[in-house]
Ligand binder design. Structure first.
Ligand code: C5P
Length: 404
C-alpha cells in the first residue's frame, strides 16, 4: 500500500485547523506522493504559502490568474485539476463547502473543485454550531450526492474553547484514508460486514428497563474502519446514547432496542454477509412478562421473573454458511482466556475478541486492550485506541478469511 508517485492536490481554506496542513503535506511526501497546494486568500491568515511551498517542494497556487505571467496563464486551475488524481479540501470551511455545493466560484480553490475530474475528499472543520447548522448539513449532503467523500469531523476541543463535533480529521487519518483509497487493499471491496453493537434494553414496564453501560464506541470504530476499507456495512445497532457521526451510503444502519429485535434483524442480514462481527453487549435476561402500566416500587421489590434473551451470536454460528467469517466479543472481569475459549466452541465462532472491563478498557472508554482468541492460540494486543483495536480485528479477518 503506497502513495508513491500519486498526484495529490491539497486545497486549503481559511480555518484555524490549517495549522495542521504542513504535517499532512509531510506525511504525504514521506509516502512518496507528489503534492501540490492551492489556498484561498483567507487560508493565508492561518498558514503561510512559504511553509507549504517548502514542504511540498512546489510553488503554492493562490490566484485565479497567474501573478507572474498575467492573463496568458488564466487557466491554471484547469491544468492543476487535470493533473490531480485526488483533490483534498482541508480544512474545509462552511463558506467553501457552501460555495462548492452550489457551484459558486470566486477563488482558485473553488475553481479547482468545480473542474476536478478526480475523486474529491472534504475535511470539514468549524465550530460545533456551524457544523450542526442545517444549511451546512444540507451542503455536505449535496457534496456527497455529487459523489464526493466527506471525512468525519470528530468531537473534541475546538479553537473557540467550546467542545463538540466539528474538528478537522487528523492529518494521520487523512493520510491513511488516501493510502486506503489508492491502496491495494482490495479484500473488502465488494464484501459486506454484518455488525452488531451497543447495548440492548429489555423493558420491565413502560418506564423501566434492564440494560448495561455499553457505549457502542468499539462498534462505531469497527463500522468506520470497515467503511474506510471499502466494505459495505450492515450495522444492527442498539440504542445510541450520544451524538452520531455521519456515514456514507456504504453503511446501512438498522436501529433496534431489545435483544429479540437485534436477533431478528441480524439473522435477516446474515445471508449475503461475508464477515460477521458481534460486538453488541446484549442483555442476557429480560423480564418474563412486560407490564403494560408502571409497576409500584413495592411490587418490583418482591422480584422480577427473568428469562434468557436469545443468544444472537450462537444463532448466527448455527446458521452461518461455509466461507463466512464469524467473530464474537467477550467482556470479562477475570479468567478471560478459558471463558473466551468456551465461547469460541459454544457459539461456533472463528475468533473471540477478549477484552476486560476496566477504566481504560471495555465499556465506554476510548481505549481498549484486546486479545484475539482462536483455535490456534491467543494474539495479545497492546492498550490502544478503539480505532487501532478495530484495525487489528479487521487485519486479522484479512489474514484469516478463507480465499474464495
Ligand atoms: O455469552 P456472552 O454474552 O459473554 O458472549 C459475548 C458474545 O456473544 C458477544 O459477541 C455478544 O455480542 C454475543 N451475544 C449475543 N447475544 C446474546 C449474548 C451475547 O450475540 N444474547
Amino acid at each position: 500500500m503506497s502513495l508513491q508517485g500519486r498526484r495529490i492536490l491539497l486545497a486549503v481554506s481559511g480555518g484555524i485547523a490549517a495549522y495542521k496542513i504542513p504535517l499532512l503535506v509531510r506525511l504525504l511526501r514521506q509516502s512518496g506522493a507528489d503534492v501540490r497546494v492551492a489556498m484561498t486568500p483567507a487560508a493565508e491568515e492561518f498558514v503561510t504559502p512559504l511553509t507549504l511551498a517548502a514542504l511540498s517542494g512546489s510553488p503554492v497556487e493562490r490566484h485565479l490568474v497567474n501573478q507572474t505571467t498575467g492573463r496568458t496563464a488564466w487557466n491554471n486551475h484547469v491544468h492543476m485539476a487535470e493533473w490531480a488524481e485526488a483533490l483534498v479540501v482541508a480544512p474545509a470551511t462552511s463558506n467553501t463547502i457552501a460555495k462548492a455545493a452550489h457551484g459558486l466560484c470566486d477563488n482558485l480553490v473553488l475553481s479547482l473543485v468545480l473542474s476536478a475530474k478526480c475523486p474529491v475528499f472534504w475535511a470539514p472543520a468549524m465550530d460545533l454550531d456551524m457544523y450542526a447548522y442545517p444549511a451546512t448539513r444540507a451542503n455536505l449532503d449535496l457534496l456527497r450526492a455529487m459523489g464526493h467523500s466527506v471525512w468525519p469531523s470528530p468531537e473534541g476541543e475546538l479553537a473557540s474553547g467550546l467542545s463538540g463535533a466539528g474538528r478537522m480529521s487528523e492529518p494521520e487519518f487523512m493520510h491513511r484514508a488516501l493510502e486506503l483509497h489508492f491502496g491495494t487493499r482490495s479484500f473488502w471491496s465488494g464484501k459486506t460486514l454484518l455488525l452488531t453493537s451497543g447495548p440492548t434494553e429489555e423493558s420491565i414496564d413502560p418506564v423501566r428497563f434492564i440494560s448495561n453501560g455499553s457505549s457502542g464506541k468499539m462498534g462505531e470504530a469497527l463500522a468506520a474502519e470497515a467503511e474506510l476499507r471499502g466494505a459495505k456495512v450492515r450495522w444492527i445497532r442498539g440504542p445510541l446514547r450520544r451524538a452520531d457521526r455521519t456515514w456514507t451510503d456504504r453503511v446501512h444502519i438498522t436501529s433496534v432496542r431489545s435483544a429479540g429485535e437485534m436477533h431478528d434483524a441480524a439473522l435477516r442480514a446474515l445471508e449475503g454477509s461475508d464477515v460477521v462481527i458481534a460486538a453488541a453487549a446484549v442483555a442476557d435476561f429480560k423480564p418474563a412478562e412486560l407490564r403494560t402500566t408502571k409497576s409500584p416500587k413495592g411490587e418490583l421489590a418482591s422480584g422480577i421473573n427473568l428469562v434468557p434473551t436469545p443468544d444472537i451470536l450462537q444463532s448466527l454460528g448455527a446458521q452461518r454458511r461455509p466461507g463466512q467469517v464469524l467473530i464474537g466479543f467477550a467482556l470479562e472481569t477475570g479468567n478471560g482466556v478459558d471463558s473466551a475459549r468456551g465461547k469460541l466452541a459454544r457459539k461456533g465462532a472463528d475468533a473471540i475478541v477478549l477484552n476486560y472491563a476496566t477504566a481504560e478498557t471495555g465499556m465506554d472508554s476510548d481505549t481498549n486492550q484486546i486479545s484475539l482468541v482462536t483455535a490456534n492460540g491467543v494474539e495479545e494486543g497492546p492498550l490502544e485506541s478503539k480505532v487501532a483495536a478495530a484495525q487489528r480485528i479487521l487485519d486479522w479477518v484479512e489474514r484469516n478469511a478463507p480465499t474464495a
